[in-house]
Design a protein around this ligand. Structure first.
Ligand code: GCV
Length: 728
């Protein structure tokens, strides 16, 4: 299997860089850009598609767009597009900026002003000839319009009377990679880095080019290539020259490259005796370093900074604020148009857990709310979706509603660190949507998280969406073909957070597996149910994490997530469970929300069951809104979740013969593994709470299986990567 994958990878790699794809070797490498040959019936819809492209301009991005269109159409329909300058009698596909279209087709009524990178797809008559227009406000917009058109064709949507405007919800639509120069990826489950190996940039950057193409196809316009726990060597002169090669690979796809940097760099590698952000020598150091970067990478995007967090140095070393730290870098970037993302993931990981008022969840708001208005206009505070750390369910971080005069971006985690590490199916779009749609009710007005981060609520100059992706060298990018729905979904939501999870998964499934109704219906249903199922057999009722928090963040480990400084999670004891975060009797975290949201979370009566244990400590016998006691719900949820996870196997088996054999087998093995793993979780967690509470399961299923909280799974999923955590 591995050998086959490798051989196919080489084949794909050889052909894929320019946008041309292969004869569809089913490794998952092409992800949603498969451009499968259309059935004769579907192909009929596109018979009248013009056979010539006319490009209004000659920029690199426009040329990329034309090439992508030509190769996509050739693969799907077998037709070869010609390239023209003048309109032929049988029409043309006209591609260019709206501003250039005005001159080319003066009679055409153009759409009202679009935002940057927006596009217009229009079936139009130009000079009495029937044409198809792909127009963008920017060259990047034309490329995005091209991908949108090809996606429609791949899903057999008609182009008749096409008249569609799309524009991005926010200017920032970035991914972060947590790659280190050694080639390892922190929390990466899809193989080693596509950018770095052995302390250097890889000599072959084919995968980086392919990645940029995938990102562009879903509207992502920036990528930070190295870990937020940044290697100090990333800013070495020689390294910047090497990194320039990655930027070259990204450029044709309109993806800006950015770097994570360590705040202590001026001292650690810059030869200064300080990194105090208010020291003029430090400001000068950053200015020179940034100038040097822009000389080599003129379209450089900017920096991401993790400071005073999990052992990284920060402004507290000099009694300075996070705004001081962000601004010294922002000012160096400003003349070049770059931005700095300053992460709000700042907390004390040595909290005294004996003190019940201590609460890691409060940290981001406590640290950043007082600094509102102190950040420069090209600084963006990057905020994780929840107040803790990418758990299976958290409320939206109150910090989103706590900044009015500061740019914000939401940080979502595509790589499934706490949600099954790509070995379990867990489609995260429904979870992300709950956060993005959450109404913070600032000033008693409708103020959704998506509106806040996009800068729409408080009229900020920039902001948006960041996803921690962590793709790797595995042929299928994330280690599992099904997990790619999360990367696709992130891009689609960053482009348009109003899209429903149903729409997004339906697009993804059709593009990834084709339009067979049984396949589409089965995969869509499984994906849409998967987050809830995973939550049911791992950590229901908003209990946070029950995973092994001090180890691999994967196995069940409810004991490990208590009584340590890294955070207080579930506070289970012999009488009750949950973390009291109320204002009245708890840590006071609830007080960080607007008054209207506080009302929802502060009282047991209003708090939704699915977040109960995040906000309240209750007796095991407390009765939920759904009528069950907490302990019985815990038991039932784990049994139900494990059963539903096991059903994935039979559902998938029904697709044999409808999905190519290679992906069919690969995914089947994963579901078989997951079905066993879900039972391991069920037994570990039920057993733990039975020991804790002493209350038997009303249905007689639960027994005390001993203190070791996780069992053995004899199955292993197919592993393409050599750096996955080992199954215990
Ligand atoms: C990159 C969590 C992860 C870390 C990660 C950190 C962060 O703690 O476990 O691996 O570090 O978040 O987001 O900075």
């Amino acid at each position: 299997m591995t050998k086959v994958c490798l051989t196919l990878t080489v084949l794909v790699t050889a052909l894929f860089g320019t946008g041309a794809s292969t004869a569809h070797a089913e490794t998952g490498a092409e992800a949603w850009l498969r451009y499968s040959h259309l059935s004769p019936q579907d192909a009929k819809r596109y018979e009248r598609l013009p056979g010539t492209t006319i490009l209004l301009g000659d920029s690199l991005l426009l040329k990329t767009a034309r090439q992508e269109l030509a190769s996509g159409i050739a693969e799907m329909s077998g037709r070869t597009l010609g390239e023209g300058v003048n309109l032929p009698q049988d029409g043309a596909i006209v591609m260019g900026k709206v501003s250039d279209l005005r001159a080319f087709a003066p009679g055409l009524v153009l759409p009202p002003e679009l935002r940057a990178d927006g596009f217009w797809l229009k079936s139009a008559t130009i000079h009495r000839v029937q044409c198809l227009v792909i127009a963008g406000t920017t060259d990047r917009g034309v490329l995005y319009g091209t991908f949108a058109l090809l996606s429609k064709m791949a899903r057999a949507e008609s182009f008749n009377a096409l008249d569609e405007i799309q524009q991005p919800y926010a200017p920032i639509r970035w991914v972060n990679q947590w790659d280190s120069l050694s080639g390892k990826i922190e929390r990466g489950y899809g193989g080693p880095s596509i950018f770095f190996a052995d302390g250097k940039v890889r000599s072959d950057l084919t995968r980086a080019r392919q990645y940029a193409r995938l990102l562009a196809s879903i509207g992502i316009n920036g990528c930070t290539v190295n870990n937020v726990n940044a290697d100090l060597g990333i800013l070495d002169d020689g390294m910047i020259t090497q990194i320039g090669r990655i930027a070259d690979a990204f450029r044709p796809w309109g993806v800006q490259l950015a770097l994570s940097v360590d705040l202590s760099s001026p001292k650690a590698v810059g030869g200064l005796d300080t990194f105090d952000p208010l020291d003029p020598r430090v400001a000068e150091w950053w200015r020179k370093k940034v100038d040097e970067i822009y000389q080599k990478i003129p379209d450089f995007g900017g920096f991401v900074v993790k400071a005073d967090s999990e052992g990284r140095l920060g402004p507290s070393s000099y009694g300075r604020t996070h705004a001081d730290a962000a601004n010294v870098i922002a000012r160096a970037l400003k003349p070049h148009g770059g931005v700095v993302f300053y992460r709000a993931f700042v907390y004390n990981h040595h909290l005294d857990w004996h003190d019940l008022k201590n609460d890691r969840a409060k940290a981001a708001y406590d640290n950043f709310h007082p600094l509102d208005g102190a950040f420069d206009e090209n600084a963006i505070v990057q905020i994780k979706n929840g107040p803790i750390d990418f758990q299976v369910r958290e409320p939206a971080s109150p910090l989103f509603g706590g900044l009015r005069r500061t740019n914000e971006a939401v940080e979502l985690q595509i790589t499934q660190e706490y949600t099954g590490q790509q070995r379990h199916l867990c489609f995260l779009v429904p979870m992300w949507k709950q956060v993005l749609d959450f109404d913070m009710q600032v000033d008693d007005k409708s103020t959704t998280v998506k509106g806040l981060v996009a800068g729409r609520v408080f009229h900020r100059p920039t902001g948006g969406f960041v996803g921690v992706a962590n793709v790797g060298m595995d042929a299928n990018w994330l280690g599992s073909p099904m997990a790619m729905a999360n990367l696709y979904g992130f891009g689609r939501l960053a482009w348009n957070p109003d899209l429903s999870a149903e729409t997004i998964i339906d697009e993804w499934t059709r593009l990834t597996f084709g339009g067979d109704p049984l396949v589409v219906q089965t995969i869509n249903t499984m994906q849409l149910a998967s987050w809830h199922i995973y939550e049911s057999y791992t950590g229901p009722l908003g209990v946070g994490t029950l995973t092994n928090i001090t180890g691999n963040h994967y196995d069940p480990g409810p004991e490990s997530s208590e009584e340590n400084g890294w955070g207080q999670w579930h506070r289970a004891n012999h009488t009750g469970i949950g973390m009291d975060r109320t204002v009245a009797t708890g840590t006071g975290y609830v007080g960080q929300y607007s008054a209207a949201v506080q009302k929802e979370y502060e009282s047991l009566a209003n708090c939704p069951d699915n977040l109960l244990l995040f906000f309240h400590h209750v007796a095991y016998t407390h009765v939920l809104h759904n009528g069950k006691t907490v302990i019985q719900h815990v038991y039932d949820s784990h049994y139900d979740g494990a059963e539903r996870a096991a059903e994935f196997v039979a559902k998938w088996r029904a697709l044999q013969g409808h999905v190519d054999e290679e992906r069919y087998r690969d995914i089947l093995t994963r579901f078989e593994y997951q079905s066993v793993e879900a039972k391991v979780w069920r037994d570990a967690i039920c057993s733990y709470f039975y020991r804790m509470s002493g209350i038997p399961d009303a249905k007689g299923r639960v027994a005390d299986k001993g203190v070791r909280s996780y069992g053995e799974n004899p199955l292993t999923p197919p592993v393409q990567s050599d750096i996955r955590p080992k199954v215990p």
